[in-house]
Design a protein around this ligand. Structure first.
Ligand code: ATP
Ligand code: MG
Length: 273
């Protein structure tokens, strides 16, 4: 079979139609075969746990690049829909919260532990975090453990909207842990200044304001469904921000460092009281 049209693109791969019902995730050259096998395994684990994720089929090679065949989700990426139909923005943010809450109703014992992955990422960012690294790691270990399936990177580019559902794709970062940590990561992505560098200052200002409102609508709906306070999400922001530093997302570094610094200061002030 030959690959069909390009239906999506991310930081690790392009995704092409593969016949009518399937999609080929074609990784960029140099992407490790082990990471692809692991992604396939995680995809199977989350489906077995009852999550509505795309089915995973076989690994393959196409034009010298490694690929993985998935069930094709017949829909549009939520990010594109949000850009095309700004009127439905807040409904989409609430639906994201509902999807996230559904994901968190599933559990498994076969995925990596959230805190282990976070700690590893925080330690990888040590060059920037310096002496704060150890403090943030011990703070992380005092937070709740959790046993739920967490997506690890739920944002509008990793959600497809079909005729009757919202479906999360890109499960390679899934872990077992505290759902509120997963929510904190989504929130951080909403608030990130990334992708705002190539537009005018006024447009960037408006875009960030909209993202703040979307974040508020998303968190409010999630906290309502999970019956938890916002503060319980907020306690995760420090380790989640510290872990994100090593991803080196363009335009984020200064913002993350400032946010981490502020959180460290208020922690120290609270201790001194
Ligand atoms: N099973 C699927 N069916 C239909 N479209 C898909 C499917 N999987 C992925 N896509 C589309 O392809 C895009 C890229 O896929 P994916 O997010 O898995 O790539 P990635 O490189 O891992 O992304 P990231 O940059 O988040 O790491 C998605 O945003 C989505 O629009
Ligand atoms: Mg993606």
């Amino acid at each position: 079979m030959k690959k069909g049209k390009l239906i999506g693109k991310g930081r690790t791969a392009e995704v092409y139609a593969w016949g009518e019902q399937r999609a080929l995730k074609l990784y960029y050259p140099g992407y490790a075969a082990d990471a692809i096998r692991r992604e396939a395994e995680i995809g199977q684990i989350v489906r077995e746990a009852g999550v509505a994720a795309p089915r995973v089929y076989e690994l393959m090679e196409e034009s010298g690049r490694r690929g993985l065949i998935y069930e094709r989700i017949p829909g549009s990426a939520l990010a594109a829909m949000m850009r095309a139909h700004p009127r439905g923005l807040f409904k989409h943010a609430r639906e994201m919260a509902r999807l996230h809450h559904r994901i968190h109703s599933c559990s498994s014992t076969k995925l990596p532990r959230q805190k282990d992955k976070l700690e590893q990422s925080i330690r990888e960012g040590e060059g920037l975090l310096k002496e704060n690294t150890a403090t943030i790691c011990s703070y992380l270990h005092a937070l709740p453990e959790g046993r739920q399936i967490c997506h690890g990177d739920l944002h509008p580019d990793n959600i497809l909207v079909t005729a009757d559902d919202y479906v999360a794709v890109d499960w390679s970062n899934a872990t077992i842990g505290d759902p509120l940590c997963d929510v904190a990561r989504t929130s951080l992505i909403f608030l990130s200044p990334a992708n705002l560098r190539d537009i005018s200052a006024i447009k960037a200002f408006l875009e960030r304001q909209i993202r703040r409102w979307l974040n508020r609508a998303y968190i409010r709906e999630y906290c309502r469904l999970a019956k938890v306070s916002r503060e319980r999400v907020d306690v995760w922001i420090l380790p989640v921000a510290a872990a994100r530093l090593q991803e080196q997302v363009p335009g984020e570094r200064k913002w993350l460092l400032r946010l981490i610094q502020r959180r460290m200061k208020s922690m120290a002030a609270a201790r001194a009281e």
